[in-house]
Design a binder for this molecule. Structure first.
Ligand code: PLP
Length: 462
């Protein structure tokens, strides 16, 4: 499969190159030149397959020949080994036609493990084969960082630098990153917000000269392999609930729009998906876009669902690209306009088409606390604050007789304070993470200054 940039100017790349690099040289994100499609009978025939078998079938067309089947199967299988439930995810029934899909049974208790365990194995395989070394630079609002670190900590060909906003992630999230002492892992706490961290990383990819030829790669949700891995559980869930005989709607707690983009692609690939409901916290740029065609930047607020404290949503650009016929020149114009004027909108037809699938809802901190309590009282089930935005949104669009699934993006024990405040029950860390808070940490605190950070990264990459 060939990959092109959403901004139409960068070189065309292979899957293997896209997976081991970052943002395209024109500032865009890589996307396949065309989307694979499966006939519905083919999809139906996959019912009952174990997760890794299903994943192989869903992922293979995006790679088409660049990795031998047997190797791809092994990469996928190895990427599922560190999950504590069979088949990676777990579906929990709240009531008839209403389910929670738990995506948090990986090493760092967030859905990001599903993609990043796979990505780590995939990158290690490609780099070993081609005998290359790369430096990964990433920014995290909390969960990407630890999931990325767990994904690559044992890769000999990778050095990782992870920026996080100092004091704006939970103690558990920080410990999950900073207690990994492997010498190829560098955590950097920057005294600013996540969006600034993400902007700095984008800037470094745009102007990689400071690395003097050392190859840079990304693990943020801009990496196409992550998106691909996130398509699989939509297939898994629709097959489990209806055998692909009937469509299913999904409510997805969103920030960078990576998770729900997997559902969008699954639908494009032929899976019966009905609505995709994007839920946000008070950082509601996505909700404003889907509810009133207003994609305009505002300042970031800290909320009780910190992994969604994002204003500029990177995969939004991919959605624009797909919805405008893969027209890179047009997207380039739109994104430059957004950068300069801080807002963007689409024409009426496009907006109608997008919102026939995408719905949205937003929730403030008080809503989230009340929802954690409501769900606990009604179903005796504990949701994390991100997932709570998903159940709020699901309530808005759920109708009798139609299946609705809320993606549970993190384990509640990752956010013990807000959960305890809401229901007076302390969510315990699962056994594989006990003792985390008493382990020694290693990280660097640095001011919000890109030159200082670039210099540190270059010096420590040698
Ligand atoms: C990253 C994250 C999200 C947002 O996912 P996107 O792919 O960025 O939309 C939601 N919830 C949790 C717990 C996360 O870690």
């Amino acid at each position: 499969m060939k990959y092109i940039s959403t901004r139409g100017q960068a070189e065309i790349k292979s899957f293997n190159d896209v997976v081991t690099s970052g943002l395209a040289s024109d500032g865009g994100l890589y996307c396949p030149v065309s989307m694979p499609f499966f006939e519905i009978d083919v999809i139906k025939s996959w019912k009952g397959l174990p997760y890794h078998e299903l994943a192989f079938r869903v992922i293979k067309p995006f790679i088409s020949g660049e990795i031998p089947d047997e190797d791809l199967k092994k990469i996928i299988k190895d990427g599922t080994k560190n999950f504590v439930v069979d088949n990676v995810t777990r579906l929990v029934k709240l009531e008839e036609d209403y389910h929670i899909l738990e995506l948090f049974h990986g090493p760092t208790l967030a859905f990001k493990d599903i993609a990043l365990q796979f990505l780590g194995k995939l990158q290690d395989y490609i780099l070993t084969k081609t005998n290359q070394d790369i430096v990964i630079i990433g920014a995290t609002s909390g969960d990407t960082g630890s999931a990325a670190i767990e994904g690559v900590k044992d890769c000999k060909h990778i050095t990782l630098f992870m920026l996080h906003p100092d004091d704006k992630i939970s103690t558990i999230q920080r410990h999950q990153m900073t207690t990994v002492l492997n010498p190829n892992i560098h955590n950097i706490a920057v005294s600013t917000y996540f969006d600034d961290c993400q902007d700095m990383v984008k800037e470094m990819f745009k102007h990689p000269e400071f690395m003097k030829g050392i190859r840079l790669s990304a693990v943020n949700s801009i990496n196409w392999a992550r998106i691909v891995a996130q398509i699989v559980y939509y297939f898994q869930t629709v097959l489990a609930l209806t055998g692909a005989e009937e469509p299913v709607s999904f409510s997805v707690p969103s920030g960078n729009l990576g998770d729900v983009f997997g559902g969008y692609l699954a639908k494009k690939m032929g899976l019966p998906v009905d609505l995709l409901i994007v839920s946000t916290n008070e950082n509601d740029i996505l909700h404003r876009f889907f509810s009133k065609n207003d994609y305009s930047k505002q300042s970031v607020k800290s909320t009780v669902a910190p992994s969604m404290d994002i204003q500029i949503s990177s995969n939004f650009e991919r959605l624009m690209f797909f919805e405008h016929n893969f027209d890179g020149n047009l997207i380039n114009k739109k994104m430059l306009k957004f950068r300069d004027e801080g807002h963007l909108e689409v024409d009426d037809d496009t907006y109608k088409r997008i919102t026939s699938t995408f719905k949205s809802a937003c929730a403030n901190d008080a809503d989230i606390r009340a929802e954690i309590e409501r769900v606990y009282k009604k179903y005796n089930y504990i949701v994390c604050p991100h997932t709570a935005t998903g159940t709020i949104a699901a309530e808005k669009y759920r109708v009798k007789g139609r299946k609705m699934v809320v993606l549970a993006t993190a384990h509640p024990s990752k956010f013990p304070d807000v959960v305890t405040e809401s229901i007076n029950v302390h969510p315990d860390l699962p056994p594989h993470l006990e003792g985390l808070l008493s382990k020694p940490e290693k990280y660097l605190k640095i001011p919000n200054d890109i030159d200082l950070i670039k210099n540190y990264i270059y010096q420590n990459s040698l």
